[in-house]
Design a protein around this ligand. Structure first.
Ligand code: CMC
Length: 432
């Protein structure tokens, strides 16, 4: 941990003045250290939604929301999406540096050797209804890993933490693909260790036992890029959920299951599914003004899905890469002029010129184009968030591991501004 003291902030409350340390990281806003605030003043800070709160120290991912910059361990997402590949990014996120050839080979070997699921888990899948949402299955199956892999649940054992991490990165494509296969009534397809991570996932989703399936390299590259773009994103809602769950020393499988549950919401990872449904509903460019008007109407709960972000007040750098990927994939499947892409591009153009969106700095986020790509690749909308969860797992694990090894780590326990009744006497039911 490398924070440095940069100065002090002075706070006067109820006539009492105290000094609070100001700590600086390597880049980005400094923080006012309020850890002793309650002891010194009897006051809490109040920040619903954590808009001004740094909940932890981290050296994994950095976002400059005003500049539209995203770095994994200092490397820009654009460069990684262009030059790296997902498993190398996994190594970078988990261990802090890019691997040399031998390290990469060893890591790939570990991941490849853990892609299968305990055979008994097939019975577990069969307990779900066929029409269950893949995210419901993911939450259940990932949580249940703790029941199948007892030898990697001791969070105080570094080796067990490592094995659990590798297991989750390795098994997540199998878990997600099987959720899909189950939902369409096809047999589970076992992983193929001669394929790379992305191609293996596509093979498990789209191959059937009765005929040969060849993964198109352009499709596999697009899938790899989607995974890279989603791999980590600093202290977002699901990552914070993983950290909070892990702060009680819960086992890693339970923590990641908690992250998946949080990601499911349409304000977070569920936005890719909601965005494609919205684009389909709009259907043709002439209906865009109607939807823009609804998004601006404060009496209408409708929001432009795939637009806006808590941190980015500029174009989401992931959305740029995703837009390029969308073009490549649509060209490959021969629908470069697809009505959905036309609606998306026109919607983006109109929104970016509209004062409502300009003033609020609302730009397309990663989910605006990812649904179009995944749809063109053949995935149903219900799988979009499951693919996000699969890709984000490595980020969650990296953040969880960082938290466990942080000497300052304590159980997360926010406080509140209580606005309920004061103590009062119980009234017997006959007298109420
Ligand atoms: N459509 C219309 N208005 C919006 C939108 C939108 N998509 N996003 C924000 N606003 C307005 C909002 O109504 C508010 O206006 P006002 O100041 O007049 O009250 C202002 O912009 C600020 O919004 P906020 O809700 O205070 O911002 P937030 O930081 O709490 O929410 C967000 C961020 C991502 C939840 C939100 O922008 C949103 O709901 N977007 C749509 C869902 C979406 O695309 N989510 C994916 C996020 S990226 C992937 C991920 O990280 O999971």
């Amino acid at each position: 941990m490398t924070e440095t003291k940069q100065g002090t902030a002075t706070l006067t409350v109820d006539g009492k003045t105290i000094e609070l340390p100001v700590l600086g990281g390597s880049v980005g806003p400094a923080v006012i250290d309020v850890r002793k605030l309650y002891a010194q003043t009897g006051h809490f800070t109040f920040d619903p939604g954590f808009t001004s709160t740094a909940a932890c120290e981290s050296d994994i991912t950095y976002i400059d929301g005003d500049a539209g910059q995203l770095l994994y361990r200092g490397y820009s997402i654009d460069e990684l999406a262009e030059k790296s590949h997902f498993l190398e990014v996994c190594y970078l996120l988990l261990y802090g540096e890019l691997p040399d050839e031998a390290q990469m080979k060893e890591f790939e070997g570990h991941v490849t050797n853990h892609t299968m699921l305990h055979e008994q888990m097939t019975n577990f899948y069969r307990g779900f209804r066929r029409d269950a949402h893949p995210m419901a299955i993911m939450v259940g199956v990932v949580g249940a890993l703790a029941a199948f892999y007892h030898d990697s649940t001791d969070i105080n054992d570094e080796m067990q933490r490592e094995i659990a991490s590798i297991r989750m990165v390795a098994k997540m494509p199998t878990i997600a693909a099987w959720a899909y296969k189950y939902s369409i009534g096809q047999p589970f397809v076992y992983p193929r260790n001669d394929l790379d991570y992305a191609a293996n996932f596509m093979h498990m989703c789209f191959s059937v036992p009765c005929e040969e399936y060849k993964v198109d390299p352009i499709m596999a590259r697009a899938m790899d890029r989607i995974m890279t773009l989603h791999a980590d994103h600093e202290q977002n809602a699901s990552t914070s959920t993983v950290r909070l769950a892990g702060s009680s020393d819960a086992n890693p499988f339970a923590c990641i299951a908690a992250g998946i549950a949080c990601l499911w919401g349409p304000a977070h990872g569920g936005a890719n599914e909601a965005c494609l449904n919205m684009l389909r509903e709009i259907g043709t460019p002439d209906r865009i003004p109607e939807y823009i008007a609804r998004a601006k109407d404060k009496n209408d709960p409708f929001r432009l899905m795939g637009f806006g972000h808590r941190v980015y007040k500029n174009y989401d750098p992931r959305a740029k890469v995703m837009q390029e990927t969308a073009r490549e994939v649509l060209e490959l499947v021969g629908v470069e002029n697809s009505p959905i892409l036309q609606v998306a591009q026109e919607l983006e153009r109109i929104a970016l010129e509209d004062p409502y969106f300009v003033e609020r700095k609302l730009y397309p986020n990663v989910d605006f184009y990812s649904g179009i790509v995944l749809n063109a690749m053949g995935f149903p909308t219900s799988m979009f968030t499951a693919i996000f969860a699969m890709s984000r797992t490595v980020g969650w694990i990296g953040q969880w591991k960082e938290m466990i090894s942080d000497p300052n780590q304590r159980i997360g326990r926010p406080r509140q501004l209580y606005t309920g009744a004061n103590e009062r006497a119980y009234v017997d039911v006959a007298k109420r």
